[in-house]
Structure formats: structure tokens, C-alpha cells
Design a protein. Sequence first.
Length: 376
Amino acid sequence: MKEISLYVHIPFCKQRCFYCDFPTFAGKEQYREEYVNALIKEIDEKCSDYVIKTIFIGGGTPSHLETEELKKLLKAINKLKFKDNIEYSMECNPGTLSKEKLLVMKENGVNRISFGLQSCNDKLLKQIGRIHTFSEFLENYNLAREIGFNNINVDLMYGLPNLTIELWKDTLNQICKLKPEHISAYSLIIEEGTAFYKMYENNNLNLPAEDEERIMDKLTKNILKENGYHQYEISNYALNGMECEHNKVYWSLEDYIGVGCASSSYINGIRKVNESSISKYIKKIKQNENVVVEEHINSIEDEIEEFIFMGLRMLKGIDLVKFKKKFGANIGSIYSKAIEKNIKDGLLILNNNNMFLTTKGIEVSNYVMSDFILDK
């Protein structure tokens, strides 16, 4: 049986964050029970013929489900065939978690928690639309530790409005003291359709200057390194042996199934996207209709580009042997000019087995990757 990774999308949020452009919804709680039932049906239909090697339940806020809904969903997932020692992650937001929910997760195989924190500063949390305080996060984090979770990620964000270098430094130091196994540190991107985008358009966002954001980026690398975290991807840091296996599936262009509204799948070079409306998704599942609304068969050029773009996000870069095996050609025969140019500019390193970005290259990764777009 083919091994595959599974992503489960929970679209519900108590409140939508001001920077969020994910397919999530606040105030749609009336659909939760029906949604879980529809999700279970889709899981049964699409995942039974695979061995699941990693699971990530994301959103939205999966921990916003009621305890019984969560239990029902996890029990259904557990009927699938799992690979031994599976990494089984679930996103949790402080302010939506309880001891009961954590126990249900633990009892049903979830072994990795990803906490959305973003900042340790309460004033800032409120300004970005988070529903929790830092002390609520600490309470949830300590409770998860007491219950026995020994693989925890904390999401942090810099470049936020009103965030100073000192506040960011304080957040990094406070989180390092807690010693989570994994830290994701992202730079804010103002996405269209978000509350922040409207504020930005109206000149109402007090964003840090570019050079301040560069300092924040350097601080992130330095402070995390001093505390034993190695950077293995542009925005991700881990203690030894604690990298996120599920995300590495995406970055390595391996196959995965997405279930739930607005989720996407990538199997055998075909990308599929599910219906994004919660009510339409439920209705289609109930009526045994196909919930896939988009399907794209990748061309060989699409595959090569995605392999490059995703692979260069990881610090170890692209495995050249794997590239040749997958595409039947040496990377130099396709990209000699782009490689030569970026090596000359000190942005890229090519050795016998790998091609990867330099420290300088990581800072301007979008610029480097634009050189690897193929003519189609």
C-alpha cells in the first residue's frame, strides 16, 4: 500500500486574526457537528487505501471543536492504517483548549501540538486580533506538558505593527526558556482580503522599518541558535531530531491528501482543491457529490519549478541525485545560467550532492527563486 501524508482542515475560529488569509470562518459554529460528520465520511472514502505516514490537523482552530466532536473525529482517523511511530500533529490556540480536550487528544494518538502564540506581549496580541493572553498560553502549555505531550511547536511572528526590536527579543527569550521542541518564526506578510490589508491601504498600520525587520530576522537566528535550535527551513527551527516531518513532505514535493473544505491534495503530480464553502461542502458530501472544485495536472516544468521552490526553502537545499532520478536530467542542464548567476552573487552554493541557499541567499530567497521560473 502507498504511504501518504494526511492534512485535515478545521475551518472554525472563535475570532479571525487581522493578518489571516487562510480559508477560516468565525461565527459558523452552527455547522460544526455536521461538518465533523462530513469530514469523517470524506476520510473514510479517500484515505482507506493508504498507509498514513504523518497527520496534521490544522485550520482554523481545531481546538475550537467541542470535546465530543473532537473525540468523534480522532476516533474516525484512528481507523485508518498508520505507519509505525507516526507524527500526529494538531494545531491549538490558547483560549480554546481545556484539560478534557488535551486528554482526548492524548488518548487518541495525537503526539505533537502546534500552539499559535505569535507574541508574549498582551497589548500586541490584542492589536493583531488574538483572543488569548500570554498567561493563558502558559497555562495551556504547562497543562500539555503535565498531560505528557513531549513534542510541542510554538508559532511566533515578527514584522508585526507596533512590534519593536526589544519586544521581539523578549518574546524569543521567554519562549526559549520554555524549551518547546520546535519554533516556527514567520515574518508578517500583508495579504489581500485581511483586516490588516484594509488598514495598510488606509495608512493605518505602524509597521517596523525594513532595517528593523532585518534586525529581528538576525535576532531570531542568533537567539534560537544560542538556545540549541537549528534552522532547517526558512521559518522553522528545531531541537535535535524534532523537525516537523509533515511539513517536510510539502517541501520535498511528496504526496499528501487534504480533507475538509478548501483543503488541497497533491497525488502523482495532480493538484486538487476542495469546495471552500462550509455549507456547500457539507451538502455535497451528504449527496455523495464530488467536493473537488479544481484539478490541475502538473506539467514537467511545473514539477521542476515546485521541486526547486520548495526544496530551496530547506537549509540543506535540493538533493541533486533525487532531482536527476525524478526528472531524468542533471540540474545544470536545465538551470545553468540561473545557477551560475546566483553562485557568482554569493546567494547559492552547489556541491556534488546538494544545491542550497547561502545565509545571504535566504534573506533574498524570493529574488533567487524568481530566476528559476521556466519559460513555458
